[in-house]
Design a protein around this ligand. Sequence first.
Ligand code: G6P
Length: 376
Amino acid sequence: EQINKGKYEHYMQKEIHEQPESLTTTMRGRLKRGGSTKAKTVLLGGLKDHIKSIRRSRRIVFIGCGTSYNAALAARPIIEELSGVPVTMEIASDLVDRQGPIYREDTAVFVSQSGETADTLLALEYALENGALCVGITNTVGSAIARNTHCGIHINAGCEIGVASTKAYTSQIVVMAMLALAIGDDAISSQARREAIIDGLFDLPNKVREVLKLDQEMKELAKLLIAEQSLLVFGRGYNFATALEGALKVKEVSLMHSEGMLAGEMKHGPLALVDENLPIIVIATRDACFSKQQSVIQQLHARKGRLIVVCSKGDVAAVCPGGSSSCRVIEVPQVEDCLQPVVNIIPLQLLAYHLTVLRGYNVDQPRNLAKSVTTQ
Ligand code: G6P
């Protein structure tokens, strides 16, 4: 077992740190620079006979549970932008509970690391009965979801052992960004945008390597938060998913109550919780929502909120109303907006990991949880 962990103490730690490599494997052979007709393009072999039907579908529905659902939520904006097709989100159990509408003209995308989650499989059965085109995004070749969907993409992140998903999450987002590029591949108007994303994907493993250097800083932060009862995480736009996933990581392994929230909803309830004691992480990296996040920070600051801000490198003065003494800042490298969730989740994965070890809990097998939930 120790051999598999290499130099690391835990699988979760190893899997967090191997993300530059797992992301490289996820993209291998799928991104093309150069060539005769198109300068930069994406090849997803598993979809080649279906990509036209996906493009023509009336709606794309993403279906998953836990971290896999969050990964789809992170990719939703870029799929909407590049495909022009409406995208809706379904938590697998909720879709089945409601017997929600799924039509023949829909593309239903099933996202699952294991490919065996019972709720996601039931939702797949239901979508097949309703005649939707079913696409699987899994990390497990030969899994039930890979076998029973019409077509799909393997994320190729390598075996994930820690119950809390880390490297599969970032690889899922990258696969769905590539899916967005493949669906939008015929639109001239977005060619420059697509090429910028492809360049960003090529450079992403380097940026992830850079953000992993925050390890010690996140351990220090974990020491400060070790005895807290609760933690809030606010995000919006591309990073609404980062807020949900960061909070999920903290709660599932460190057993600290933690909630991820849409920053746009702050005034509609959560603001009542703010005082000088409750730690609040705000994701405020540069993108189209940046100025709105600046104003969220100001409002939290005005109520003496205990702020921890994740911002783009060099942005401390722009995000801290009273300078760095008024809040703790985590600076991350800036990447293409739709890829920023891949970078931004990493300090939160590290925080969850260190909080758990410091609090003395089992980081690879959290209380009451299983890696693959194959029962309802
Ligand atoms: C369990 C795991 C989570 C995972 C979820 C969905 O709850 O503990 O880490 O995100 O199932 O699993 P899947 O294999 O479908 O991605």
